[in-house]
Design a protein around this ligand. Structure first.
Ligand SMILES: [Zn+2]
Length: 388
């Protein structure tokens, strides 16, 4: 059994230990056991610590039958003493998040009776799953109370109570264990079975921020960040709001309202543009002179609806195929073409072949795109007797 130095002292950053074994692992790594370690192995939703053992980097640590196995990138010699050092800041951030989770879970259990049924410290944020639904305003209240617990700076302790003491304790637990149970207590807030290292006092946690929640498996999943992670998250969001406010020339506290106004204005403009396009089609149609010949038009500002309306309208006063193109050389063109009393699907095949196009439609109206340039388009329609 490896002595778990983090059990008694969660703030031990460096230690000396004897190498017990070293065997080759996967991909050029080595698996090392020590007589004692401060490296917490991945467990209970908290990732493994990283750091160094002598000259070797510790990439991972996991538990195997009571032993803590360190995955390292260089071999170590059994029997020798090695100096270990943790990557401290990642560990501190995990302890801030994990202790913050205990406070939030303890408060939710106390006030609603819901159990924490899932916990995961990810690379982006922390998730907490509960087996009941709590509304957003209530979560704000829990968040406030959790931050009060931080401000009170109460003690966080860990111990292995004797079985008879354990039997009298009321504590949260995901597993139904009866012996060798490690109880982490946050004075006045929570009592929970947990194997992970925690902060010594709640003041170390810093801000506890519940970010958002979703309904999940009949309960809720809360996204949360604590301490230094919460500061990073705040800065990222602050920078976003600052940029939005600056580009809209409003105060940051008015950014959301300004975005809503902008969105409304864009919707109104969209409507106006659609109306203007319909107006443009009507004006262009008024200029189409009756003739037995077909017609080719380029109307760069029209969308597909406009192209169709203009092609179809023109075909009512012209004898041949009436086609309207929008686009530019290099970027390609969109087109619509119509004719009365002519099978347009056959014409579409001919057009697509000649102008590197795609598309089709009904017997009276076709639409699609063409990669050919304006000059090739003009040549094609000139050959079909259209006025250009
Ligand atoms: Zn825990």
């Amino acid at each position: 059994m490896t002595i778990r130095l983090f059990d008694k002292d969660s703030h031990m950053r460096e230690f000396d230990a004897a190498v017990c074994s070293c065997e080759p692992g996967k991909n050029g790594t080595y698996l090392v056991t020590l007589d004692r370690t401060a490296f917490f192995p991945e467990a209970g939703g908290q990732p493994a610590d990283t750091g160094v053992l002598g000259a070797a980097h510790v990439l991972d640590a996991h538990e195997r039958g009571g032993e803590i196995v360190h995955t390292v990138d260089a071999p170590l010699t059994p029997g020798e003493t090695v100096h270990g050092a943790l990557d401290w800041e990642p560990r501190l951030r995990r302890m801030q998040n994990h202790s913050g989770e205990h406070i939030v879970s303890g408060l939710i259990y106390r006030d609603y009776g819901f159990a924490n049924v899932g916990f995961h410290i990810g690379s982006r944020d922390v998730t907490l799953d509960f087996d009941g639904v709590i509304e957003r305003e209530e979560l704000r209240r829990i968040e406030y109370l959790a931050n009060v617990a931080v401000a009170e700076n109460v003690a966080v302790t860990a111990e292995y109570p004797a079985p008879e003491t354990l039997a009298t304790l009321h504590y949260r637990s995901k597993l139904d264990l009866t012996e060798n149970v490690r109880i982490v207590t946050i004075a006045g807030y929570d009592c929970c079975a947990c194997c992970a290292p925690h902060v010594k006092r709640t003041g170390e946690i810093g801000m506890i921020k519940l970010l958002d929640y979703i309904h999940y498996k009949g309960g809720i999943r809360i996204h949360m960040q604590c301490g230094l992670d919460a500061v990073d998250d705040f800065n990222e969001k602050y920078d976003n709001v600052a940029q939005i406010a600056a580009s809209l020339s409003v105060k940051q506290c008015d950014a959301a309202a300004a975005v809503a106004r902008l969105s409304d204005a864009m919707a109104a403009q969209k409507q106006t543009i659609a109306e203007l396009k319909r107006e443009l089609v009507r004006a262009k149609l008024a200029l189409v002179a009756p003739s037995e010949a077909g017609l080719l038009l380029f109307e760069p500002s029209l969308d597909m609806d406009g192209l169709r309306a203009l092609a179809e309208g023109a075909s009512r006063v012209r004898g041949g195929v009436c086609a309207v193109f929008a686009g530019r050389d290099g970027a390609g063109y969109q087109y619509a073409a119509a004719a009365q009393g002519q099978e347009m699907r056959a014409f579409a095949k001919e057009l697509n072949t000649a102008l590197a196009g795609r598309g089709g439609g009904s017997a009276a109206l076709i639409q699609g795109s063409a990669a050919a340039g304006a000059e090739a388009i003009r040549t094609f329609f000139r050959a079909h007797g259209a006025d250009i």
